[in-house]
Design a protein around this ligand. Structure first.
Ligand SMILES: *Cc1c(COP(=O)(O)O)cnc(C)c1O
Length: 465
């Protein structure tokens, strides 16, 4: 019998697991990005019932090789060009382990003072590192909190917007309208549904797929004339489809003029703001009430790390703070501390800040900047190569490291090309559509991707033309 609580065994098993992770990451290039898996294959390898008595750790490790790895889509693969990256890094992986080892729950300052203060401090650092407005810091009127996903951040913003609108106008949620572009991520619409908004308007975009302020203004006026109450507007800095950049300043001015909550979804693009030369893409942030971006996409921090900032934390806390007697404590009563349970929907708060802190420290700001700039320059080179191919054309601008292109032969030819690129599983791209127009998204930014992988990918496409 093995003792599941034996700490000497834990030590040994832990060393083995770190070896396994290093071998896994180092060996990805020898695997396909997409393992050949059919629905049910993974479950078919598992026993029908859970074990009655404890198994040795070696059996658990064996099934990482036999069940898990062959049943994966390998997001850390250097030939990962699909969706957006979910970039991880060694310090982030180790921080997840350290946080699990400490095993604390930081719902209140007093249940994890270091969880709370590291998080507030690192997110204040990030305000400076991304050139965000100074009042977003916890040392000023605002502050940041780490949520699981951008969907959670945006949902939270919508709930606060609803309460602010109710207080200001007396309108019911059914009378309230949320606005975002027709190219916005589905999480905006989903968040508005969950928050109970009566109406959501998907605003028209221009020829570069950015939200049109004139169309937003017209939609707001029509809704007011119909007796509805505009409550929330979201600008996307980097849409999921094509990384289109909505004009934050123009949208912010319209939102302010109508007393609406102005939110920015920069889930992917926000990481690029570590490099000052890209901050022009989000000019106007001083007009914004809340902002989200995902270090778990493109800041080398493993999945489950979305930063959510507010310019003023009072409406957020007023909306989400409920204090049952068993959560009362002297630190909270003093009003001197942040209790992160009041900053999001869940009560519990995980020590996600540790991985972000360790990533920033292990790379250094310059290390991160040089990785991001490399991804963006390889993407620019790839776009130039696409333009040089007589069979291909660029579909949308590439302000960052996502290149969208299509086959000049039309949507069918484009879809056929995407299928051919993905066919053997050695690389992975995402085919997409806007209206009836098919295009292929190539997102460069996996931590392990080097320029040679992008060049080999080009050769692969060339051979399929
Ligand atoms: C990826 C993405 C999201 C969703 O992110 P999650 O963290 O998975 O919820 C939201 N908005 C944009 C623009 C995205 O690209």
């Amino acid at each position: 019998m093995t003792d599941p609580l034996d700490l000497d065994a834990f030590r040994e098993n832990g060393y083995q697991l770190i070896d396994w992770i290093a071998d896994y990451l180092g060996g990805l290039e020898d695997r396909p990005v997409l393992e050949p898996v059919s629905p049910g294959d993974v479950r078919a390898k598992m026993p029908a019932a859970a074990p009655r008595t404890g198994e040795p750790f070696s059996a658990l490790m064996r099934d990482l090789d036999e069940i898990v790895a062959p049943g994966m889509t390998h997001w850390q693969h250097p030939n990962w060009f699909a969706y957006f990256p979910a970039s991880s890094s060694p310090a982030s992986i180790l921080a997840e382990l350290a946080a699990a080892g400490i095993g604390a729950q930081g719902m209140l300052w007093s249940t994890g003072p270091a969880i709370t203060e590291v998080e507030s401090h690192v997110l204040d650092w990030l305000v400076d590192l991304t050139g965000a407005p100074q009042n977003w810091k916890t040392t000023s009127t605002g502050g940041g909190v780490i949520q699981i996903s951008a969907s959670d951040s945006t949902h939270t913003a919508l709930v606060v917007a609803r309460e602010e609108c109710r207080k200001r106008s007396g309108a019911s949620a059914e009378q309230m309208v949320a606005y975002t572009s027709s190219q916005a991520h589905s999480s905006v619409e989903k968040g508005a549904i969950v928050a109970g908004f009566g109406h959501i308007r998907l605003i028209d975009v221009d020829e570069e797929f950015a939200q049109r302020p004139d169309a937003l203004q017209a939609a707001i006026e029509a809704d007011i004339a119909a007796g509805l109450t505009p409550a929330f507007v979201c600008a996307a800095v980097g849409t999921t489809g094509t990384t289109a950049i909505d004009p934050v300043r123009a949208i912010g001015e319209i939102g302010r003029a109508h007393d609406m909550w102005v939110h920015v979804d920069a889930a992917y693009a926000g990481s690029a703001m570590m490099c000052p030369e890209f901050r022009r893409l989000q000019d106007g942030l001083e007009l914004v009430d809340s902002y989200t971006f995902n270090p778990h996409k493109w800041l080398f921090t493993s999945w489950g790390c979305s930063v959510f900032w507010v310019a003023d934390r009072k409406p957020l806390i007023d909306t989400l703070s409920i204090a049952p007697p068993y959560l009362r404590n002297a630190a909270t009563d003093s009003g001197d501390v942040i209790d992160y349970r009041d900053w999001h929907v869940p009560l519990g708060h995980h020590f996600r800040a540790l991985k972000l802190w360790w990533v920033l420290r292990s790379f250094g700001v310059e290390g991160i900047q040089s990785m991001l700039r490399a991804h963006i320059s390889w993407a620019n080179d790839f776009a130039t190569w696409v333009e040089d191919q007589p069979e291909l054309e660029i579909f949308a601008p590439n302000p960052l490291a996502l290149v969208c292109f299509r086959h000049r032969g039309g949507s069918e030819a484009t879809q056929a090309l995407a299928t051919a690129i993905n066919a053997d599983g050695s690389v992975y791209v995402t085919p997409s559509l806007i209206g009836d127009d098919a295009f292929i998204r190539v997102s460069i930014g996996s931590t392990s991707t080097e320029q040679r992988h992008v060049l080999a990918f080009q050769e692969k496409i060339k051979a399929l033309l």
